[in-house]
Design a binder for this molecule. Structure first.
Ligand code: HEM
Length: 507
């Protein structure tokens, strides 16, 4: 009897393995079949093998260099296997326009790693699909980021920036070296905590602040290098039921719970009338909830506010860190920006306020060039092909992912003159390249109808912070400190090591 049971198990496992191996081999033939090239895939890991080989741990370090190399080697269309899944990368403007804009109905959904479907984000813009109501959610959310609303929220953000500057002053006077990236992260967490979670945290000053600790725990766990289960689920999708079951016991699951519960609590208090005079994203969403045609359910409101934390915290802090570093490295650019700030203070009533900051042309050029030079989000402009389709002679099979890497577009010499040079002047009125932001050559916020909904919020926070930072301090590189190296945690390209700068109070 025991022999019979054991041999049945053995035969079942063997059949499963042979079937899985056969399936993999078949899937790995797809790229050649559709006439695309790319790095040779490993029979079991696909090109995850290349990703692993480039890192000491599982993750995507050097992803941007790797893609620049691939573009040079395979051309403007190439493909890799993310595990078994075919991921087609596009670098050419015409292909990007056809797929992401003209054929949006066939590419409306973002490709989401299957196990992330277990997170509390499925009803949010980050993960919802056309079939599950993306269009409805997007049209309910987009108006809360309109210019008028951003202006109203400016004051809230300003007070957080004041705290940030005070902290920098204290640190610069202490004479010690410190990591300015950490302070930018404290600032953007404080801002998004206030604007999306309606929490008045003390996270800039107190690293034991509950919101700070919980949010950081969540971000630590969402980094693929700290989540072996996520990587394993990509490598062995055949056992997805098992990975989904195990997900409940991961650090990621336990880290998101208190944050979502906190939002639930604030939601109920707001519904009960508390905080009716505050101006924040939650309030704006709740107001829309009262509008019958745009109504969002409680789950949608909570999951979208949670998504704002996810999408708005590391992205903006990383962008501002890159900007501070670049301004330190290029003092002539910083000098020009400071002159514009002084000029604005002298000539505009109210000095540096929402309106005057948004009229500053050189600041705008610095903002755009920073995001061109170092786009913080490099693995998220991605869509799933819903049905087989041929575009510009290229066949896209149902189920494949199609991705655009901002970096390969931004560092492409056919799009930009001297793409590896940091030069904000290329965005000034007098220069013809300025129009490139309206074409598909400048895409730090994505492409087509599904571009970043928080773009205006990010722009306001970035420009206000950088203008006030440069108004107060002269930044410079500390002699002997290593150059900044961008590193990638799966989605965000951020500085690998602490960013230490000299800050000198201006007179
Ligand atoms: C410098 C800062 C930021 C950068 C570089 C950035 C970049 C991006 C990118 C590349 C996408 C994907 C777009 C696509 O697939 O075409 C995205 C989507 C998104 N971002 Fe941002 N983002 C930033 C800040 C923010 C902020 C502050 C918020 C909210 C407060 C936000 C909320 C979102 C949301 C909700 C989506 C999903 C939109 C949808 O699928 O409809 N982002 N962002």
């Amino acid at each position: 009897m025991a022999f019979f049971i054991l041999s049945s198990i053995f035969i079942a496992v063997l059949t499963f393995l042979l079937h899985a191996i056969y399936n993999r081999r078949q899937k790995l033939k797809l790229r050649a079949k559709i006439g695309l090239d790319g790095p040779e895939p490993h029979w079991f890991l696909g090109n995850l093998k290349d990703i692993i080989d480039r890192t000491t741990l599982m993750g995507y370090n050097n992803a941007h260099d790797w893609h620049l190399e691939m573009r040079k080697k395979y051309g403007d269309r190439y493909a890799i296997f993310f595990g078994q899944k075919l991921d087609i990368f596009l670098c050419n403007e015409d292909d990007i326009k056809e797929v992401f804009i003209k054929n949006f109905s066939n590419f409306s959904d973002r490709g989401v790693i299957e196990i992330f479907r277990e997170t509390k984000l499925n009803a949010s813009l980050l993960q919802n699909t056309y079939a599950t109501g993306w269009k409805h959610t997007r049209s309910a959310i987009a108006p809360i980021f309109a210019t008028g609303k951003m202006k109203a929220m400016h004051e809230t953000i300003n007070s957080k920036i004041e705290t940030f500057l005070e902290i920098l002053k204290e640190k610069s006077e202490s004479g010690e070296k410190w990591d300015i990236y950490d302070d930018f992260q404290g600032l953007t967490l404080d801002v998004i905590g206030k604007c999306a979670f309606a929490i008045d945290s003390n996270c800039q000053r107190d690293r034991n602040d509950v919101f700070y600790v919980e949010a950081r725990k969540f971000f630590h766990n969402i980094d693929l290098r700290h989540s072996p289960l996520v990587s394993t689920s990509v490598m062995i999708p055949e056992l997805m039921w098992l990975w989904k079951f195990l997900y409940k016991f991961t650090g990621l699951a336990s880290a998101e719970l208190p944050l979502v519960d906190g939002l639930d609590d604030v939601y109920e208090r707001r519904r009960g009338g508390e905080g009716s005079d505050s101006v924040d994203l939650l309030k704006l969403l709740l107001d829309r909830e009262d509008d019958k045609t745009k109504g969002m359910t409680k789950q949608e409101v909570i999951e979208n506010c949670f998504a704002f934390l996810l999408a708005g915290y590391e992205t903006t802090s990383t962008a501002m860190t890159y900007c501070s570093y670049l301004l330190s490295k290029y003092p002539e650019v910083q000098q020009k920006l400071n002159e514009e700030i002084e000029e604005t203070k002298r000539t505009k009533q109210g000095g540096l306020n929402y309106d005057s900051i948004h009229q500053m042309k050189y600041l705008d050029a610095v903002y755009k060039e920073t995001l061109r030079y170092y786009p913080p989000v490099i693995h998220f402009i991605s869509r799933t092909c819903l049905n087989d389709i041929t575009i510009n002679g290229q066949f896209y099979p149902e189920g494949c992912a199609v991705t655009v890497q901002a970096n390969t577009v931004h560092r492409n010499e056919t799009n930009w003159e001297n793409p590896d040079e940091f030069n904000p002047d290329r965005f000034l009125d007098t220069n013809e390249d300025r129009s490139s932001t309206t074409q598909l050559k400048w895409i730090p916020f994505g492409v087509g109808p599904r571009y970043c909904v928080g773009m205006r919020f990010a722009e306001m926070e970035f420009k206000t912070t950088i203008a006030k930072l440069i108004e107060k301090f002269e930044l410079s590189i500390i002699k002997g400190e290593p150059d900044l190296i961008p590193d990638c945690n799966g989605v965000i390209m951020r500085p690998k090591d602490p960013v230490r700068l000299n800050l000198k109070l201006r007179k």
